[in-house]
Design a protein around this ligand. Structure first.
Ligand SMILES: [Zn+2]
Length: 234
C-alpha cells in the first residue's frame, strides 16, 4: 500500500511540474525584436508609436540613471545618447502633467522610461530578486513603453523636491503607505501622485517614483535599442 502511495505522490508531483513548465513556456513574453514588426504595428495602430519624450516635451529634464553608473547596479546598463521613449498616449498624458506643473513653477525630471527587454534581462542576471527588478519572464511596463520613473523639480533652478528617499531606494521608506516622514515630504509625494493620477497614470505602492499607464491596448514588450527607435521616431 505504502509503495503505491509513494508512486501516486511521485506521479502527482511529476504531472504538476510538467503543467507548471507548460504554463511558464506559454506565459513567456515574446519581445518584438524586429524594427519592421514594430513599424507594421505602428502603421495599423498609431497609438503604438514610441515617442521620444524630450522631442515632445522640450523642457522636461533627463537624468537617465541606467545609462550611467549612478544606479543601484553600479553598472551602465544601456547606451542611449540621452533619448528615451514612451508610447504616444503616455507621452501625451505626461505632456499634460508637465504643463500643469510648469504653471505652478515646477517641472518633471525623468530617471527612466522605456527599457529594452535585453536590459531587463541584464538587470535580472545582476540582481535576480523580484523585490528589486522585474522578472523577465513577464516583461515590465518599462519594456512596453508604458512606465516612467520620475520626480518633481523646481523650474527656476532645477532642484529636486525632497521625496524622502532617492530614486531606486528599496526600503519601506520609499513606499506610499510609509508616513513617518516630514509633512513636506508627504506633500511632495502627494503632489506627484495626484498629478500623475489626474492624467491616467497608476502609482506603484512600493516606489514613489514609478508610474504606469494601463496596458489597455495590449502593448507588446519591445527589444529594440534606442538607436533603432530613434530612427523610427520621426
Ligand atoms: Zn520604474
Amino acid at each position: 500500500m505504502q509503495f503505491w502511495y509513494k508512486i501516486k505522490i511521485i506521479y502527482i508531483v511529476f504531472t504538476v511540474s510538467i503543467i507548471q513548465v507548460a504554463i511558464m513556456a506559454f506565459a513567456q513574453v515574446k519581445p518584438v525584436k524586429d524594427p519592421e514588426t514594430y513599424r507594421k504595428q505602428v502603421n495599423t495602430d498609431s497609438m503604438q508609436k514610441m515617442i521620444e519624450i524630450k522631442a515632445f516635451i522640450p523642457n522636461i529634464i533627463y537624468d537617465l540613471r541606467y545609462s550611467t553608473k549612478n544606479n543601484f547596479t553600479h553598472t551602465k546598463l544601456y547606451k542611449n545618447d540621452d533619448v528615451t521613449f514612451l508610447r504616444l498616449p503616455v507621452a501625451v498624458a505626461l505632456q499634460k502633467v508637465e504643463k500643469e506643473l510648469n504653471e505652478k513653477g515646477y517641472g518633471l525630471k525623468v530617471f527612466d522610461a522605456y527599457r529594452p527587454y535585453a536590459v531587463t534581462k541584464k538587470m535580472w542576471d545582476l540582481i535576480h530578486d523580484e523585490r528589486y527588478v522585474a522578472d523577465p519572464s513577464k516583461g515590465s511596463g518599462h519594456n512596453r513603453g508604458l512606465s516612467i520613473d520620475l520626480t518633481i523639480i523646481i523650474l527656476k533652478d532645477g532642484t529636486e523636491l525632497n521625496m524622502g528617499t532617492g530614486f531606486d531606494n528599496f526600503t519601506d521608506t520609499a513606499h506610499h503607505i510609509f508616513t513617518d516622514l516630514p509633512v513636506m515630504v508627504l506633500q511632495n509625494r502627494n503632489v506627484l501622485k495626484q498629478m500623475m493620477e489626474k492624467y491616467g497614470f497608476k502609482a506603484l505602492e512600493t516606489e514613489w517614483w514609478h508610474y504606469s499607464w494601463p496596458n489597455d491596448r495590449n502593448y507588446e514588450v519591445l527589444d529594440l535599442d534606442f538607436k533603432k527607435l530613434k530612427k523610427y521616431a520621426h
